[in-house]
Design a protein around this ligand. Sequence first.
Ligand SMILES: Nc1ncnc2c1ncn2[C@@H]1O[C@H](COP(=O)(O)OP(=O)(O)OP(=O)(O)O)[C@@H](O)[C@H]1O
Length: 666
Amino acid sequence: MAAGVSTLQRRREMAAATATSGAGRCRLSKVGASRRPPPARVRVAVRLRPFVDRTARTSDPPCVRGMDSCSLEIANWRNNQETLKYQFDAFYGERSTQQDIYTGSVQPILRHLLEGQNASVLAYGPTGAGKTHTMLGSPEQPGVIPRALMDLLQLTREEGTEGRPWALSVTMSYLEIYQEKVLDLLDPASGDLVIREDCRGNILIPGLTQKPITSFADFERHFLPASRNRTVGATRLNQRSSRSHAVLLVKVDQRERLAPFRQREGKLYLIDLAGSEDNRRTGNKGLRLKESGAINTSLFVLGKVVDALNQGLPRVPYRDSKLTRLLQDSLGGSAHSILIANIAPERRFYLDTVSALNFAARSKEVINRPFTNESLQPPVLAPVKLSQKELLGPPEAKRARGPEEVEIRSPEPMAAPASASQKLSPLQKLSNMDPAMLERLLSLDRLLASQGSQGAPLLSTPKRERMVLMKTMEEKDLEIERLKMKQKELEAKVLAQKAEDSKEKENHYPTILRPLSHRTVTVAKPLKKAVVMPLQLIQEQAASPNAEIHILKNKGRKRKLESLDASEPEEKAEDCWELEISPELLAHGRKKILDLLNEGSARDLRSLQRIGPKKAQLIVGWRELHGPFSQVEDLERVEGITGKQMESFLKANILGLAAGQRCDPS
Ligand SMILES: Nc1ncnc2c1ncn2[C@@H]1O[C@H](COP(=O)(O)OP(=O)(O)OP(=O)(O)O)[C@@H](O)[C@H]1O
């Protein structure tokens, strides 16, 4: 592919983008100052292609009209007196050039790669609306892909020259998702590849070919033949219709030349999605119809993912399609994303155009939270070569293909030393937390809150700001501290009461007849309904060595009794005794489960509720591949365990274990 863009022009464009964004060469100090930049929104641009058959324009006036550089209007099919108006981050009309789209929407995000952040560009839209033209273009009109590669290579050359603090290297991978199979376009003989997630939430495809590239010629050498491997076919609407989602992945690796040898990785996804299709118009039959089903399903899931992110739902259905699973760290994750919705002016595209515009309008509200993928690494002179067998877990290893021809570095950077994180305040810990982790923590919070254990959920409205959440979490930590102190006071009182009891025993007073003083102590809100207990039962429990908490099984129901405070005056027999588990007990329960997940054998794991032999095996396999779980919610990352299952696992285990811990502090 001839890029058709001079290097000088490229440099000028980069300089302009840098000036606009206000970032640029001071990137290192900027990253050093703040590892967590503010949330970045998914930018949405709409591009209207010109009439393919220009003579048709007079007989078929366009159904879409640009209003300004950000908005457009389209006829309202329900009422032809009205138009529907849409506003986006950018609108590119029929006369816009490839360069307009690139410099306006794509070029500004490239610099984030050199900050160790991820970026992605997705071309979305109905079949025949110009996605491939936008992404790839032609030798005369090169699209986003060749332009971005040229700039990125130029940028990495400049930043990585000898004498600069970081050594940079660039690799490319190219894959397609065809009928829910992940196929390596650089190695067409390979089979369906597995999508994995590491313990930091990064999406990986073990075994995917990575080609090192140092020049645009290198890129073309790999990319052009691989593009011919992409699945295309003729439909009634497009002679060369893309039948798959094509994903070009460009990784920029940076290693610090001098101590402390930090390492960063920035990923750029350039994605040409397959077109959304209405089979009544495409005239698809047989294989085309089957392909179309897979395309529409994955795009439908993409829409659901966008909706879930917009509404702040605890479960985002990334795993429901390969496309969304792959995009997990690009949409709502750690990437700067730009969605370019391509639309066509012809009236026959009208319904597809409205549906693409509605999709794009929803995508606009997704908030991404970029973070820098940086870690400390000992100096590595040569990359480690890992076979796919080493990278895959046992089930995938069976399907592993032959030895890889390229070098693939270990996908997981080393974790930060534990001591550093232990010194952080709860708020600092929270602000350093991977956003995906934070989301999970919040969903757990919602889950517990929905059971009434801890007052209102942290995330009571989906669009609450991150800072508000953090503040609430900090207040919550303070509240926990306060409750801990209260608990200690109560325990001291119980001990004092016990000492008094023994004195009374020495004086030959029968315990059961001794007046019992008690009071209900609410450490946290009741888990369920308050439970009424007969006085005699309470008295018996009070006399037992574990009088502070009892778990009673009555008609198959667990009943938990909070601390007794013997210093208060006696209350009436019909008093209620509330069942409570304090936050610190929940924390104990979580810790116990986490320890078991990280250290238990498959057999040990089966002692947990909702974990059968198959899930136990999956957990052990995941642990071997990714290392220890950092929190219980990581279970959701295990292939084969859904978010729903994880939540039901938590419900079933945490409360029981927490209470067990309280009864048996050993
Ligand atoms: N902005 C544009 N200017 C000129 N021609 C365009 C433009 N956009 C698209 N086209 C032309 O329209 C036709 C269809 O475009 P393209 O193949 O890019 O569509 P697509 O959305 O990728 O379709 P599919 O999803 O079926 O692959 C092609 O012939 C392409 O050259």
